[in-house]
Design a protein. Structure first.
Length: 262
């Protein structure tokens, strides 16, 4: 029951959507640094190539890129086909790709709902379903395969920002993750959610420029999330230490949810 055994992910095969930037990049580095083989995917092929080059320079695990536009259902199928040409099994699927849309309530467009829910919720189900046979082959009795869905504290609380579709999509993702845990447990696959607070990502960049001091003031730990925080949570869930955890929503937010004021 030593630390090296409990938190070992060496030689595991991992797929991280949106793994080239932001939180996805932080997660990808955590896996590669600890000896995993990581496939990152997004529609930005240049960002994927850059991330793969940087990750492979770490010299422990390996990184590969498969470009896919997750708004397009046909690209999801192409991603799975391409992955299947390279690997026969998958140990960890991290559903991280996501988008946001902010606009005043009276001006909030219908198109925002289609765009945000498609990427943040609908495609998570589509991709997970198509990759389930690979996850089944990656599982063993003592070491189930893992699905980790990257949610948000805004799916747990009511945010002050007018991001209606985003909050609804993340709340839906949290519950979808629980539903998957129920249905896929018999296939020896766990499903959990990380409800992330503020991290330094492209999605949060503008908000942090304008409101970082105010945001930090409402976080009990008084800081923005760091790469080790979200990567560490993923390593826990992916290793022997987290093999009996499923259907959980874990807040990775410095305590911002419990500090919400009425």
């Amino acid at each position: 029951m030593d630390v090296q055994s409990l938190f070992n992910v060496k030689d595991k095969i991992v797929l991280v959507t949106g793994g080239a930037k932001g939180i996805g990049r932080m997660i990808s580095e955590g896996y590669v640094t600890n000896g995993a083989t990581v496939y990152i995917s997004s529609r930005d092929s240049k960002a994927c190539e850059k991330a793969v080059s940087e990750l492979n320079a770490l010299g422990k695990g390996k990184a590969h890129a498969i470009t896919a536009d997750f708004y397009k259902e046909e690209d999801i199928k192409k991603l799975v086909d391409e992955f299947g040409k390279r690997e026969s099994k998958l140990h960890v699927l991290v559903n991280n790709s996501g988008s946001n849309w902010g606009a005043p309530y009276d001006e909030y467009p219908s198109a925002a709902w289609t765009r945000v829910l498609t990427l943040n919720l609908h495609r998570v189900f589509d991709l997970t379903k198509l990759l389930t046979p690979f996850l089944e082959r990656g599982a063993s009795e003592d070491d189930p395969s893992r699905i980790i869905n990257i949610g948000s504290v805004d799916g747990l609380r009511v945010p002050s920002l007018e991001t209606f579709a985003y909050s609804a999509s993340k709340a839906g993702l949290h519950h979808l993750s629980r539903v998957l845990a129920s249905h896929l447990g018999e296939r020896n696959i766990t499903s959990n959610t990380l409800a992330c607070g503020p991290f330094r990502s492209k999605m949060m960049a503008a908000t942090l420029r304008e409101m970082e001091d105010a945001i930090v003031a409402h976080i009990p730990l008084s800081r923005i999330g760091r790469p080790e925080d979200v990567a560490g949570a993923c390593l826990f869930l992916s290793s022997r230490a987290g093999s009996y955890v499923t259907g959980a929503t874990i807040t990775v937010d410095g305590g911002s949810v419990v500090n919400s004021k009425l």
